[in-house]
Design a protein around this ligand. Structure first.
Ligand SMILES: O=C(O)c1ccc[n+]([C@@H]2O[C@H](COP(=O)([O-])O)[C@@H](O)[C@H]2O)c1
Ligand SMILES: Cc1cc2nc[nH]c2cc1C
Length: 349
């Protein structure tokens, strides 16, 4: 499905189903509001599904979008670039943190190569969709052409649709890409109009000198953006292939009306692009956790999302989304399974 038709097909949350869910929350055997944010999450799940109670998501799927970055040349990360391709092999072999967390929650894991510099052998869980071998260096010019950015967005849309059509009822964002917290910071700065120094963080772990260099790179990149730049221009100029694909993945989830659980700052930056492309996207989003990366927090605030977990995670891969997924299922399960005051014979106040 192309980007234009996808945007044309996205609808707002169903207000009637949400009203029914709010009324049902009030009838369940618990003091009103006692399940905190899980209550409004359940209401949103009802709005998304267009029915109350909403279906309980039981078949989560994680898509790990992987890519490399020309800005690696600026010395913005301490890790060798080959770690991207090596970690993708680790995901496919089932040995990474995301595989362990996904097994715990019963989620499938697919890896989408949207721009890894190195070569990958075919594997049933690998979607080979290299747009190019890494982006151009965003410190000196546009990371991507507009066409490349749209191609990556459409890969993300197609991935979401493929997973949902194969039975997934909840989509989890994952990412892998050495240096990808630099474009993530630039995207967050651009979409939220926040100073780069406030959204640029230490990524996988950098010293003060490297952080200063990384911040200067983000400032230079964002400083090039024209006031008239649209969300695709912004993704192309200062973003990355996995960021653009994640934006598309969110749009595909919104089109298919399944919850999309965001992981950290890379997912947050892609979700900002998706929300800038379509106003009804925010309803589909669930913030799995608050990343330790400052841009992650700023992205969630801009999207009006409060994170389910706040564990100081800064791994990526989809790890925080996988940990949060059982909470999303619990929010739906409450609306389906908890007894009402009437049915249980409990006195209401
Ligand atoms: O998800 C996050 O918020 C997050 C925060 C810090 C680092 N990461 C991961 O670390 C890698 C990028 O870090 P860096 O320092 O190389 O830019 C990339 O593979 C991300 O998945 C992810
Ligand atoms: C080892 C390693 C694993 C990762 N997973 C996501 N980003 C990562 C970055 C590194 C360096």
């Amino acid at each position: 499905m192309d980007l234009t038709s996808t945007l044309a097909g996205i609808r707002p949350l169903d207000a009637d189903a949400m009203a029914a869910a709010r009324a049902r929350q009030a009838s369940l055997t618990k003091p009103p509001g006692s399940l905190g944010e899980l209550e409004e999450l359940g209401v949103r799940l009802a709005g998304l599904a267009g029915q109350c109670p909403p279906p309980v998501p039981e078949h989560p799927a994680v898509a790990v979008f992987a890519g490399d970055h020309g800005v690696y040349a600026q010395g913005v990360t301490p890790w060798p670039q080959e770690v991207t391709v090596q970690m993708v092999a680790n995901f496919l072999a089932g040995g990474a943190v995301i595989n362990v967390f996904a097994r715990q929650t019963g989620a499938d894991v697919v890896v989408v190569d949207v721009g890894v510099a190195g070569d990958l052998a075919p594997h049933p869980a690998l979607r080979p969709h290299k747009v190019r071998r890494g982006t151009r260096d965003l410190a000196v010019g546009a990371a991507l052409t507009r066409d490349e950015a749209v191609t990556a967005i459409e890969i993300g849309i197609a991935t979401a649709i493929e997973l949902v059509d194969a039975g997934a009822d909840c989509l989890l964002t994952g990412d892998m890409g050495i240096a990808n917290t630099t474009p993530a910071a630039a995207l967050v700065a651009a979409f939220t109009r926040t100073a780069p120094a406030q959204v640029t963080g230490r990524g996988t772990g950098i010293d003060d000198e490297t952080l200063a260099r990384k911040t200067a790179v983000v400032e230079a990149a964002v400083g090039r953006l024209r006031p008239a730049a649209d969300p695709v221009d912004i993704l192309a100029e200062v973003g990355g292939l996995e960021h653009a694909a994640l934006a598309g993945f969110v749009l595909g989830g919104a089109l298919r009306r399944v919850p999309v659980i965001l992981d950290g700052v890379i997912a947050g930056s892609g979700a900002l692009a998706a929300a800038a492309l379509h106003a009804d996207v925010a309803g589909v989003l669930v913030a799995g956790h608050r990343s330790a990366e400052p841009g992650g927090r700023v992205a969630l605030e801009h999207l009006g999302l409060s994170p389910l977990l706040d564990l100081g995670l800064r791994l990526g891969e989809g790890s925080g989304a996988a940990l949060a997924q059982p909470l999303v299922a619990a929010a739906a399960r409450v609306l389906r399974d908890v007894a009402t005051f009437d049915s249980a014979g409990v006195a209401n106040k």
